[in-house]
Design a protein around this ligand. Structure first.
Ligand SMILES: [Zn+2]
Ligand SMILES: [Zn+2]
Length: 289
């Protein structure tokens, strides 16, 4: 699988893209002092090219100190097992994501794609084949839970911020020093819910892909939480980084979705009023839920 060369999008923040077209998924190599961390790990089939790109950037023999995942989905965590075993480093996820680390179908955590396609397909394959597929995605031997405040050991300046909804334990990674936010699938800049977005990759700030989202309402509330951080640069899991008018656009997205959810016949408030109501209901930032 093709992996792009690393491109610096903010001081010490390098973007790599694994795959092309609708399969393209972003990962970020991030420098903190003398240490590096890899945020997300691309697809299983991109592990070797990711390794080569990372080692080219870091120099011979140098490796990151950890891999931090925004969530466990094949385009983001697929390469994590191979890379962590190769480099002998841990993979951090939110504790709520741990039940999915074994690569098995977890009904309580399922999303539409699981229920409609994956689970019925898995019922058709033999138990042996199913165990083989599950073992391929199993990262339970290398995975560790993020700490209660979202701290990343050995990577000062960065913190995980809870942004659940797309998956139960989805997080974003935040550098408050210069307001860089790596969002995974919590917010993306290519609309994977529209045909133009999927086929043409047309840029558009959007919520997560619906067909792989566990809880849409929670996902929309998380967009409002991320807007509340006040990011200057949004580095998404799919699409190009966004550095212009990030906060108003995030607020607009959160408010628009909130407005759409209101009961029919009830007039949705102006975006600003909806935003204010949303903001009052937001949970405190940080990992605790
Ligand atoms: Zn995802
Ligand atoms: Zn994704």
């Amino acid at each position: 699988m093709r992996v792009s060369e690393a491109r610096e999008i903010a001081p010490g923040v390098f973007l790599l893209t694994a795959g092309t077209g609708p399969m393209a998924s972003n990962l970020y190599l991030v420098k903190s002092g003398a240490a590096w961390m890899l945020v997300d790990a691309g697809w299983a089939g991109s592990a070797q090219p990711v390794r080569a790109a990372v080692e080219r950037l870091l120099g011979p023999g140098a490796t990151p100190v950890l891999i931090a995942l925004t969530h466990i989905h094949p385009g983001h965590s697929g390469g994590a097992g191979a890379l962590s075993r190769l480099w002998q480093l841990p993979v951090y996820v939110h504790p709520a994501e741990l039940p999915m680390a074994a690569g098995k179908y977890v009904p309580e955590f399922s999303m539409p794609l699981d229920r409609w396609i994956i689970a019925p397909l898995m019922r058709l394959v033999s138990a042996r084949r199913r165990r083989g597929i599950e073992a391929g995605g199993d990262i339970s031997d290398v995975v560790r839970p993020l700490g209660p405040r979202g701290e990343l050991p050995g990577v000062p300046g960065w913190v995980a911020v809870s942004a659940p909804g797309h998956t139960p334990g989805h997080v974003a990674y935040w550098r408050s020093g210069d307001r860089v936010l790596i969002t995974g699938d919590a917010v993306v800049t290519v609309n994977l819910n529209s045909l133009q977005g999927i086929l043409l990759g047309r840029p558009d700030l959007a919520g997560p892909p619906r067909y792989t989202t566990w809880n849409w309402r929670t996902a929309m509330e998380s967009i409002a939480v991320l807007a509340g951080l006040g990011p200057a640069l949004l580095a998404p899991g799919h699409g190009q980084p966004l550095g212009i008018a990030v906060v108003p656009r995030l607020r607009g997205l959160a408010a628009r979705r909130q407005g759409l959810r209101r009961r029919s016949g009830q007039r949705a408030g102006a975006p600003k009023a909806v935003w204010e109501r949303l903001r009052r209901r937001l949970p405190k930032r940080g990992l605790q839920q």
